[in-house]
Design a protein around this ligand. Structure first.
Ligand code: G
Ligand code: G
Ligand code: NA
Ligand code: MN
Length: 253
């Protein structure tokens, strides 16, 4: 069967799972949340990576159903995980398609029936390219999310074309520096300059700064000195199952 037809059945057949990549407080090194990352295992196709099935889901519009599934799981996880809900957030990736449709508004409204204070614990990650495709339309929905108190993060920051000056016009709370600049930090003076100045300017604009792709301790210590707020990366943890994540939290308690 065609991969797209298989993907259409994936939710109903319970073939999707979520992995959680820990989000780390840069100062303390403690786990303060997680990014939710989709995984798909199909009988015939085996494991299909998100780099393959997410674009297919976007082109077909199916992504909206996947995003709903991920967000519903996020609410379940917030109820199940042993966390202090004042200081814990889950991040969900949104596609351009999600930002260009009112379904995201209906989805959030549905989730809030179950968890009225969801805005305290859910961050929505969007890429610059998702906004650039139709800025007015995307920004209107981001404004709606912001006005409801949700965190909005610009993912993969630095790889698109927007300057921080343009970013300032966007209703976002957080900037996530792309791992292309973070992975080489320990040995690259150029990347250090880029990351240092990005952190400074982002902070001056009132944005919370996340570095993704932290792979060694020297990079963590350096980011700490620069006042970076939050980290993700293989040095701390790769994406893991909900069970392993819960164990990690218990181990830190
Ligand atoms: O988890 P991994 O690094 O393999 O993810 C590869 C890509 O797939 C990343 O760009 C990630 O943002 C994207 N991705 C993973 N899960 C989701 C999801 O639930 N929704 C969307 N839109 N993208 C996702
Ligand atoms: O595009 P997005 O930032 O959502 O992509 C998330 C992806 O980044 C996940 O698939 C995850 O596996 C990957 N990732 C997370 N931390 C690291 C890291 O430290 N090094 C590398 N190479 N990839 C990472
Ligand atoms: Na992301
Ligand atoms: Mn990213």
């Amino acid at each position: 069967l065609h991969i797209l037809e298989q993907l259409q059945q994936a939710v109903a057949r319970d073939e999707l799972t979520l992995l959680l990549q820990p989000k780390i407080d840069c100062r303390s090194g403690r786990t303060i949340g997680a990014e939710l990352l989709l995984r798909w295992h199909n009988q015939q196709l085996g494991f299909v990576g998100p780099d393959e099935f997410i674009p297919l889901a976007e082109q077909s519009g199916l992504i909206k159903r996947l995003t709903r599934w991920v967000c519903e799981r996020a609410v379940e996880l917030l109820e199940q995980l042993p966390v202090d809900s004042e200081h814990f957030s889950l991040s969900v990736n949104l596609s351009a398609v999600d930002l260009l449709s009112d379904e995201i508004l209906a989805l959030i409204a549905d989730l809030e029936v179950q968890r009225p204070q969801l805005n305290r614990n859910l961050v929505l990650e969007v890429t610059e390219s998702a906004i650039v495709s139709d800025p007015d339309n995307a920004i209107a929905r981001l404004n709606w999310l912001r006005n409801k108190g949700y965190g909005v993060s610009i993912d993969d920051y630095g790889t698109g074309y927007s300057s921080l000056a343009q970013m300032r016009q966007l209703p976002v709370t957080e900037l996530k520096i792309d791992r292309a600049f973070v992975q080489p930090l320990a040995d690259s003076a150029v990347d250090q300059s880029i990351v240092r100045s990005t952190i400074q300017l982002a902070h001056e604009l009132g944005l919370y700064v996340v570095a993704e792709g932290v792979e060694d301790e020297p990079s963590w210590r350096w980011l700490q000195q620069q006042g970076c707020d939050e980290l993700q990366g293989f040095y701390f943890s790769k994406p893991i199952s909900a069970i392993d994540f819960a164990q990690r939290l218990q181990g830190e308690a």
